[in-house]
Design a protein around this ligand. Structure first.
Ligand SMILES: C[S@@+](CC[C@H](N)C(=O)[O-])C[C@H]1O[C@@H](n2cnc3c(N)ncnc32)[C@H](O)[C@@H]1O
Length: 283
């Protein structure tokens, strides 16, 4: 498989939409701006920059983190990826979403793992990518407390898994570092809590009152572990300060979209960034 991927995409990322490699739902494309914006908060840092990503799939977000480290961090960078690269979705959830069906197939055939390793080998030279293959609840407990400048939680959306991931993630992020995650489309105060609790075992639901989709496991687990968080189109982020966490303002930062975005996505995301005015420097 390694040879085949090198033949199809020599030295370049391989991110086919048919396998949902880019993980680009409606708001997910914006997420890459928030990832690069988060790294820009450490701009000029000269000592080694360490990141942990829980849930890497085919490596699209790793490529973005690596490009941001390459651009903003003066010293070397290191990204540790933790993933099972095996099927993890409940059958009820697979059946409601065609993209999930393709993901489940790619995970069960080792294709996802092979593509991840190919893409992880395409990062800039000053960034080292390591990975640990296993369930996060088994792997994260082995890692050193406070060992990471950014911990990004983008693994399972199921409540019990997110609770476990966040308990470890809080421990693993360094003082002054960022704890962040994906798939928080709505916070607990925005949704019908009874409906959320009745559907807590689902991957995604639509809130009966505001009609917006969200991941109930992520919403409840984040609320319980972190309280209200800074959130940007589904991406959430907080900075560790001593034993607590404080909000993070990404307005006025300098995000960018790395080279593995197709022209089509690039246009959508950059148009949004321009029109929203979100990243313009404050006067
Ligand atoms: C949404 S995808 C990650 C997307 C990736 N961060 C990106 O943006 O390109 C979720 C990933 O979490 C992994 N995952 C799910 N449950 C997990 C668990 N309990 N432990 C480790 N990884 C898990 C899946 O295998 C999948 O690759």
């Amino acid at each position: 498989m390694k040879d085949i991927l090198n033949l199809i995409s020599p030295g370049k990322p391989f991110l086919p939409d048919s396998l949902n490699a880019m993980q680009l739902g409606q708001t997910n494309a914006m997420r890459h701006l928030w990832l690069t914006a988060s790294v820009s908060l450490f701009a000029g840092r000269e000592t080694r920059f360490r990141m942990l990503e829980v849930g890497s799939w085919m490596g699209a977000s790793v490529l973005t983190w690596a490009a941001a480290i390459d651009r903003f961090i003066a010293g070397d960078g290191e990204i540790l990826c933790v993933d099972t690269w095996s099927p993890y979705l409940a059958s009820d959830d697979i059946n409601v979403d065609g993209a999930y069906h393709a993901m489940n197939q790619a995970a069960s055939t080792e294709l996802a793992y092979s593509v991840f390793r190919h893409n992880a080998s395409c990062v800039p030279k000053k960034v080292r990518v390591d990975h640990l293959r296993g369930r996060s609840k088994d792997v994260l407990s082995m890692l050193r407390e406070g060992g990471f400048d950014i911990v990004y939680v983008d693994g399972s959306h199921y409540y019990a898994d997110v609770v476990a991931d966040l308990a470890e993630a809080r421990r693993l992020v360094a003082d002054g570092g960022l704890l962040c995650g994906d798939d928080l489309e709505q916070q607990l105060t925005e949704v019908d809590e009874k409906y959320l609790r009745d559907n807590i075992d689902r991957d995604a639901v639509v809130d009966p009152k505001n009609r917006k989709p969200y991941h109930p496991g992520v919403t409840l687990a984040v609320a319980e572990a972190m309280g209200p968080v800074s959130s940007y189109t589904g991406f959430w982020v907080m900075r560790r300060k001593g034993d607590g966490f404080e909000p993070v303002d990404l307005a006025g930062t300098s995000p960018f979209l790395p080279g593995h975005f197709s022209e089509e996505y690039r246009k959508t995301v950059l148009d949004w960034a321009r029109e929203s005015g979100f990243f313009q420097k404050k006067a």
